[in-house]
Design a protein around this ligand. Structure first.
Ligand SMILES: [Mg+2]
Ligand SMILES: [Zn+2]
Length: 173
């Protein structure tokens, strides 16, 4: 069976600008260089998956529908670059819900793995929080901390998308 290598990407602060509990669609803004990096990953045969903690839903700040609309907006913005995200996975829970899907927990990665037949050892997690890195590492992915605090055990640290794409292009196997 053909297994798929995948780039797992955190949403806020990595795929789009982090505006803190974004509760509308208009505020969705792609990070500079994100779309071009996705094209590079696609050319290398990666699947593209966004995994995001949206505790604003569980905290009652906004509903799941607005998050779906935000993801439709991301898809629309990426259309201009002729690249698509294969899967969006959302944890809607607050931390006190103690769910299995909020990063650093890995349920959403496991679900994505089944849906897309993912080979985690050939895959990467890119996030700006230690919880992103922890989740990716638990799944056996290599990890890149993107524009985050450096006291974290990520494999690599980058500050922008061109550098991130370059690291992966060099080390992809
Ligand atoms: Mg983030
Ligand atoms: Zn959850």
């Amino acid at each position: 069976m053909e297994m798929n290598k995948t780039i797992f990407i955190d949403r806020d602060g990595v795929a789009i600008e982090d505006k803190g509990y974004l509760d509308n669609v208009e505020g969705v803004e792609l990070m500079p260089g994100f779309a071009d990096a996705l094209k590079t990953f696609r050319e290398r045969g990666f699947k593209l998956v966004i995994i995001t903690n949206q505790s604003g839903i569980g905290r009652g700040k906004f509903n799941a529908e607005v998050v779906e609309q935000q993801h439709a907006r991301i898809t629309e913005l990426l259309k201009e670059f002729r690249v698509t995200i294969d899967l969006f996975k959302v944890c809607p829970h607050a931390p006190e819900d103690e769910c299995d899907c909020r990063k650093p927990n890995t349920l959403l990665f496991e679900e994505a793995g089944q849906e897309l037949l993912i080979d985690f050892e050939k895959s990467w997690m890119i996030g700006d929080k230690p919880s992103d890195i922890q989740a990716g590492k638990q799944m056996g992915c290599r990890s890149i901390l993107f524009n985050g605090e450096t006291h974290c055990d990520a494999d690599f640290f980058t500050e922008n998308w061109p550098d991130t794409a370059q690291v992966i292009s060099i080390l992809d196997r």
